[in-house]
Design a protein around this ligand. Sequence first.
Ligand code: ATP
Length: 459
Amino acid sequence: MIDDRPEVTQTVQSPEGRSTRIQVRDWTVEVVAGPDKGKKVTTQDALLRVGSDVASDLVLSDQTVSRRHIELERTSKGIVLRDLGSRNGTFLDGHQVMQALLQPGDKVTLGKTKLALKQEARATEVEVMGGADAFGHLVAASEKMRVVFAQLRGIAREDMNLLLEGETGTGKELAARAVHEHSRRRHGPFKVVDCNLITEEKAERELFGGLRSNGDEGGKGVFEAAQGGTLFLDEVGELPLSLQPKLLRVLESREVPSLDGAPVQVDVRVIASTHRNLEEDVRQGRFRADLYYRLAVARVRLPPLRTRREDIPVLAQSLLRGLKSSFELTPQTLALFEGYDWPGNVRELRNVLERGALMQETGNVSWLDFMAQPERKEEGQQPTTSVAALVTGMPYHEAKDRVVADFERLYFAEVMRVSNFDMKTAEQHTGLSMQSLYRLLKKNGLRLKDLKNAEGLDK
Ligand SMILES: Nc1ncnc2c1ncn2[C@@H]1O[C@H](COP(=O)(O)OP(=O)(O)OP(=O)(O)O)[C@@H](O)[C@H]1O
């Protein structure tokens, strides 16, 4: 059962820039028939994904359900259901639907599974800013993000560990930095560890530090380097299972071994991020429950850009200012932006703006032509126009920055291709450390998965 009350009840109208109190209500999706009967998820998040993929919010074992079957989104009009191109379809009242606004009492059928939805009575009141809002380097105008900013502001003041969830490019790392900058630790260090890169051998040295054997000198691990500050564990779900007890021990004891072997006290707040459904990883034994609860003392989900299209104009303006581009976005371009789904989220928007601004500035192509190029949707794709030829009319420093940015994207895409998408080989090829390599790939919006996809190696 759902009722048609909007999930967020505005209690006070406020002009731009003033704060207002709103109520955010929990909602539950429950399996009422099928192999997973009784399984349910309760959340305050605006978006809930259902499918057999373990990254879904409600993971179903029903073999007639597709990996990414449906998405349920809470909007001001009610709950919107979207079929994500499932194999066996989605049915409401016996009729197949691709998209529908759910009515109270509706039951949704996917394969052999039947789902019921209900709004919970419990509501949390949060104070959000009116109009556009910013938190650190994050900007937004949507109510969804203003609620997220309000949650993050509250969490920043407390010293608890935080788990940031969300798809790639939704701003998890920026959010972690903003929390650090708004906390009492802001004068301390902010250190980042990419858990994708932490192997068994590297863990001791890079994470925990301490005395080494076999002639290895040992040294400070990143926990000690973050002393008095914040440690950001990026993609914590990728941390090998064998290393999870060690991380848990450090979080519990708050100490790491020093060079002489004696323990050193560490005073560090940990913020972790994940694009996975870590709760499901816990259920399936891929992630330790005790570690999960240590990390997820507070949890915040950054919503995908396609569910908060109102943010696109504010984001685009702010990103263009960051690119020092003087170009005005026309209503037509914004309409194109708002109609696109942005699978790479805000990072993809930034990359599109970067290339589009360059092309428009140099008079080679208009925004509209640029947006009409289908290649723009593929991240990791090589640019089709020579940038060097485009920038000759620009001041030197600006031209150089543009060429370097384009060079990096081309260079790293090519290096990964000739290295067979193997990070170790690419490390040798480039002479860069794994950490720098990973950060440069990320900075340029090049994800291994997308690059492999472009070569037809993945899926
Ligand atoms: N709300 C926002 N306001 C301004 N810029 C944003 C916002 N969200 C994301 N960005 C931009 O998108 C880029 C990617 O953000 P970030 O690296 O924080 O994403 P992420 O969720 O950590 O990605 P990943 O999961 O791939 O590591 C940032 O460098 C920034 O340019």
